[in-house]
Design a protein around this ligand. Structure first.
Ligand SMILES: Nc1ncnc2c1ncn2[C@@H]1O[C@H](COP(=O)(O)OP(=O)(O)OP(=O)(O)O)[C@@H](O)[C@H]1O
Ligand SMILES: [Mg+2]
Length: 441
């Protein structure tokens, strides 16, 4: 993760139109994570992350920015919805579970990194084990001749094995018998997940038995690989690194934070305020017990997002507001933005439809005028009914392409051109009528 803020913004630009302030703020926050991690422990302690609050109406890219960011980084990242939590002591998911989710992500990430590092060792070990089955070793005191032909056979077999040409051949492998209790639900109370962990350790130690399995070499490679990676990976080192990474580089995207704001409205919901109060220590910095150890949350970066249509940021309890010092507003999208989203983003909706239909042998082409019409009609529908931002593009395009998509299998080999006329023909009457627009688009 040593991308400069500019590089991060450039990357995001490939997928997200506009919203430059939000991109910049996020890029800076990420860079500061990286900068901080290079400092002495003492200084690291001092530098607190500046949490971000993203404000903007629905469908304009808040979650999308976070989603893209997550893909780009090798920092542990989870996206959670604030509205899904319930107050501690009530039935439901308590807020601490987001920290457990984060560590779980961190474990996955770090395990993958470690695996990549020892990939060669793992591969060599797997090949060694299969070769042992394929070519039984020489008896003691074999003659020179026997030894020579052994080496020859061994080399030929090994080349074949490595090339994959023997993948269909069946062999019998031996695997340790595992009685494994897999409990990964991070919502379990801490002591339960710790219990499942120690239970597994115990079972693992008790069980020295192996089972024999007849499988193809292809499958054997897979089974032996996961076995070998388990044996070769230094689990303790992974755990330590994963905890460290979660604590110092972890990012939690707290979506729909506006849904737990209460303010002074009449329908105040005490349980919402309870969730906010539970959130406070986590955002502020506290220790959360997870099955991989205790996590200090002081340096986890929180990015909260919400539409704040009904409530305002000031409807959050003041202590929590204060914990999100960086505010960015995302702008509503206009017609040209929507046009850009369709034409100027990687894997845009249009590219997705083209790809889907190409599976049926149908070549789909969009005339530029048609794409403009998609954007214009989307704005129109957003104004007439509810403003759902770029999400409107999905419904509008789906309407137009529905029939084409439905009998694409009969049109294999054809090129279908989506024209402006076709778009208007399918949509005009729907958009004009408020009721149909509301329910169908
Ligand atoms: N600025 C944008 N650039 C490119 N695509 C966008 C943009 N904004 C929205 N989209 C598209 O619209 C969809 C919905 O956007 P997103 O999930 O980011 O909404 P949101 O802002 O999080 O809204 P909500 O408040 O309802 O959660 C995305 O999947 C994406 O395809
Ligand atoms: Mg969202």
């Amino acid at each position: 993760m040593n991308m400069t803020p500019k590089e991060i913004v450039n990357y995001l630009d490939d997928y997200i139109i506009g919203q430059n302030d939000a991109k910049k703020t996020i890029a800076l926050a990420l860079r500061n994570r990286y900068r901080r991690m290079r400092l002495s422990d003492e200084l690291q302690e001092e530098i607190m992350p500046k949490n971000i609050l993203m404000i903007g109406s629905t469908g304009i890219g808040k979650t999308e920015i976070a989603r893209r960011m997550a893909k780009m980084m090798d920092l542990p990242f989870v996206k959670v919805e604030a509205s899904k939590y319930t107050e501690v002591g009530f039935v439901g998911r308590d807020v601490e579970s987001m920290i457990r989710d984060l560590v779980y992500e961190s474990m996955n990430l770090v395990t993958k990194e470690f695996e990549t590092k020892i990939q060669e060792d793992i591969d060599a070990e797997v090949i060694r084990q299969i070769m042992e089955i394929l070519v039984p070793s020489l008896p003691q005191g074999a003659t020179d001749n026997a030894r020579e032909s052994f080496i020859k056979t061994y080399n030929i077999m090994e080349t074949k094995l490595l090339s994959g040409s023997m993948d269909d051949k069946k062999i019998t492998i031996e695997l340790p018998k595992r009685t494994h209790v897999e409990i990964i639900d991070s919502n379990l109370p801490m002591d339960m997940s710790a219990m499942s962990e120690s239970l597994n350790n115990m079972l693992g130690k008790m069980n020295k038995d192996t089972i024999k399995k007849e499988v193809t070499i292809e499958v054997a490679k897979k089974l032996l690989r996961s076995e070998a990676s388990e044996n070769l990976l230094d689990q303790e080192a992974i755990k330590t690194e994963a905890v460290k990474r979660a604590q110092n580089g972890g990012i939690i995207f707290l979506d729909e934070i506006d849904k737990i704001a209460t303010g002074n409205s009449k329908n105040q919901d005490p349980s919402k305020e309870g969730v906010q109060r539970d959130l406070l220590p986590i955002v502020e910095g506290s220790n959360v017990q997870t099955k991989y150890g205790q996590i200090k949350t002081d340096h986890i970066l929180f990015i909260a997002a919400g539409a704040f249509h009904v409530s305002k940021p000031s409807d959050l309890i003041p202590e929590l507001q204060g914990r999100f010092p960086l505010r960015v507003e995302l702008n509503p999208l206009d017609e040209d933005d929507l046009y850009q989203i369709l034409t100027n983003t990687k894997n845009s909706l249009l590219r997705q439809y083209e790809a889907l239909l190409s599976v049926e042998g149908v070549t789909l082409q969009f005339e530029d005028d048609a794409v403009r019409a998609f954007a214009a009609l989307s704005v129109n529908a957003n104004e007439k009914t509810e403003d759902i931002g770029a999400r409107r593009l999905h419904t509008v395009i789906e309407r137009v392409l529905e029939d084409i998509s439905f009998d694409a299998d009969e049109k294999s080999g054809e090129t279908i051109i989506v024209t402006k006329n076709l778009v208007h023909e399918k949509l005009d009457s729907l958009v004009e009528n408020e009721d149909t627009a509301r329910y169908i688009l």
